[in-house]
Write a protein that binds this ligand. Sequence first.
Ligand SMILES: Nc1nc2c(c(=O)[nH]1)N[C@H]1C(S)=C(S)[C@@H](COP(=O)(O)OP(=O)(O)OC[C@H]3O[C@@H](n4cnc5c(=O)[nH]c(N)nc54)[C@H](O)[C@@H]3O)O[C@H]1N2
Ligand SMILES: Nc1nc2c(c(=O)[nH]1)N[C@H]1C(S)=C(S)[C@@H](COP(=O)(O)OP(=O)(O)OC[C@H]3O[C@@H](n4cnc5c(=O)[nH]c(N)nc54)[C@H](O)[C@@H]3O)O[C@H]1N2
Ligand code: SF4
Ligand SMILES: [Mo]
Length: 732
Amino acid sequence: MTQDITRRSFVKGGIGAAAATAALGGGFVSFNSWSAAQADEAAREVKKAHSLCNSCSSKCGFTATVVDGNVMTMKGDEEHPYCDGTLCARGYGYAAVAYSPDRLTHPMKRTDSGTFEAISWDDALSEISSKIRDIIDTDGPEALVLIQDPRPSGSYYTKRFMNALGSPNVYTHGVSCNMSKVSGMTQAIGAGDFNSDVENANMIMFLGRSYADGIRPASLHALQAAHENGTKVVIVDPRHNNSCVYADEWIPIKPGTDLALILAMANVLVSEGLYDQDYIANYTVGFEDWASRLPEYTPEWAEEITGIPAETITRLAHEMWEAAPASSIEQGWRAAFGCAHKNSGETARALCLFNTLLGCWGAEGGAVFYPSVSAGKLSDSRFAAPPAPSGKILGSAQYPLAAASMGVATYALEQIPEGLVKGVIFYQSNCVGGYSNPKQLDEWVRQAELSVAIDIQMTETCLACQYILPDTSYLERLEVPEFVGGKVPVVALRDRVLDKIHPETKPVDEIFCELGRACGVGQYFDFTIDELADAQLKTVGLSLEQLKKDGIVAFNEKTYKPTPKTTWKTPSEKVQFVSEACEKAGFTPSPTWVEPLVMPEDGLFRLVGGKQTIHTHTQTANIAPLMAISEKYALERPWINAAVAAELGIEDGDEVEISSDIFSGRTKIKVTERIEPTSIYLPSHYGRMVPDQHISYGIGLSQMDFVPFQIEPGYGGTMSQEVLVKIKKVGA
Ligand SMILES: Nc1nc2c(c(=O)[nH]1)N[C@H]1C(S)=C(S)[C@@H](COP(=O)(O)OP(=O)(O)OC[C@H]3O[C@@H](n4cnc5c(=O)[nH]c(N)nc54)[C@H](O)[C@@H]3O)O[C@H]1N2
Ligand SMILES: Nc1nc2c(c(=O)[nH]1)N[C@H]1C(S)=C(S)[C@@H](COP(=O)(O)OP(=O)(O)OC[C@H]3O[C@@H](n4cnc5c(=O)[nH]c(N)nc54)[C@H](O)[C@@H]3O)O[C@H]1N2
Ligand code: SF4
Ligand SMILES: [Mo]
């Protein structure tokens, strides 16, 4: 299929662009309004309010200054463990979303002709709830599915709503993010996350994860500090990513082969007896099994697969050992093994076991676990949780290693044509646009008896649904307090910064409370968000009033102190070199080589994704100040290796056609030495094809269009990089 770029608005007159522009008379605060406000000091109404950025999962805390109802400045919280005093560029730029002329402003319903018409909240709630009740009556609550991007209120209310109806089927975006990483690590160490103590390390190795591109400000600050402290930083990535500014070495690798690198480095250390023997004897199980499987994974074997010279692999293994215990392989997040390849889960498992050889768990400069605090049990019976649904989340039998807290959302959607799933609700999720092949997901969602998207702008997911409910933007609502783990754990608040901009939008808490009442489970929603937030804060000795004033409160008494980690939440309470669950799911008891699904050869390339500092997933391409930067620097262009381009007669800036078996699209290309020869890199944030997104429409290509619908065996990830593409110059 070739991209169809005929533009057709799906929103019938009045709603969206025109209405929003009229209501705001402009947009994000302009220099003119700012200087007018300065000039007329006495007339200004100035307030400060605390919030959490909503541009990515980090949800950094900040304080906003609001002048005459416009956000004037935003200052990142010093105490927030992820932001360390500054927001990133997209965090600032994303605030413009509140004022976007493309905001959804009314509930909408798809008509028979495929366009959307405004309907009243009463009609929307009564039609949606009656369909929900019909589905429950005929097929049971398990036929209902909800997919969400975990945010403070979103996580609380979506789970409460679905559980009140009796359905366990609440999914996150994990399948297209870090599901395989979290699930693989859980098999080895009983936890889905750890933190490399980057600043204090002697040596740190990154497999793909790029702090300077997939930004979280505090992580980037730590990398900068490490660089200045003399930490040896090694970046293994098919691309010379932007973190390489702080690195001692860039090791280009063929994507999908990190597991081979880890196995070979482990083999070097184990065969030479270079590992923490005491730690392994006391706090691990199954080491002998792994040790007996490693000898075949020689550095020479790994060189063939990864493209990294054997002597480099041997040297890196030795250097990691010499730097131990103040060394580790960083945990990664998405592109390399979060959900990308057929071996992603096993790569994450092997990574934890390699770190175990180093004896670095809990060591200063090693791999550590920071403390966290959470709200206690609420005594007021109004907040009592609905009974836990009896069944397990749909997909857990088919993908037994997948973290149940995330769930295999794509498997659930695959069940729509099978009749197992009848109704689907999306909250703050562009699942159709970003989780897997969009054409396939769109087709399935359209077959559901009920489909609802709760969003703030028109998206690929909204277009596939029957009903669209407009949320307020994050700047216009109070949410459930957010507890964040870190060296010093904190609780932070997303408070109301702006008054509601569009009268017919509703905040997430109200939407789910009203849906709950309409569905006959109103007894679980008999409180306001202010009451809930206050009750949660009281359990840790705080109050909503205090948090509104302070914005963020640190639990200093819980400050992290380096402590060797000797107990683990695994079945054996030790680090597990062998896992019974993995064996049952068809893997070897300890991790061994798993071939990626596809490997590039004969003029074919693996298509890899990767974040850009100024964009988030699919949600920022329509933000004017952010897309202006992309356009200025032509950031939407894919990358190809310079030597390969020369062979193919492709020059920088040429128009090229990139094709996989299922999709073909055209764009201009960037020719560079910053990528290894078997990969084409496609920046992750472009190729939006929603006509009512007036800024992002039709710019660049979307990675997911090229990738067939597929699921990683056992672990449930989308295998988002298991796709080969051809490339040719247009007209050649
Ligand atoms: N700017 C920005 N920052 C973000 C986000 C965002 O959307 N934009 N989203 C946040 C979220 S939700 C996530 S999950 C994280 C993601 O954070 P990361 O995992 O750091 O993000 P990616 O950019 O997906 O991947 C990082 C690098 O992996 C490389 N890579 C691709 N395939 C492979 C491989 O097989 N092996 C190796 N070794 N490297 C490979 C890519 O070239 C890329 O440079 O970012 C978070 N921060
Ligand atoms: N093409 C592409 N696909 C990707 C990625 C990518 O970078 N590019 N990244 C992958 C990764 S790492 C992840 S974590 C997932 C993320 O997948 P998602 O969690 O679906 O994230 P987004 O694609 O950013 O879509 C978020 C949606 O939330 C909406 N939204 C924003 N603010 C609000 C709000 O206040 N209320 C409501 N109700 N909605 C709101 C946005 O308009 C958007 O439609 O995507 C994965 N898939
Ligand atoms: S990392 Fe940037 S975009 Fe993400 S929450 Fe923090 S400031 Fe916002
Ligand atoms: Mo993610």
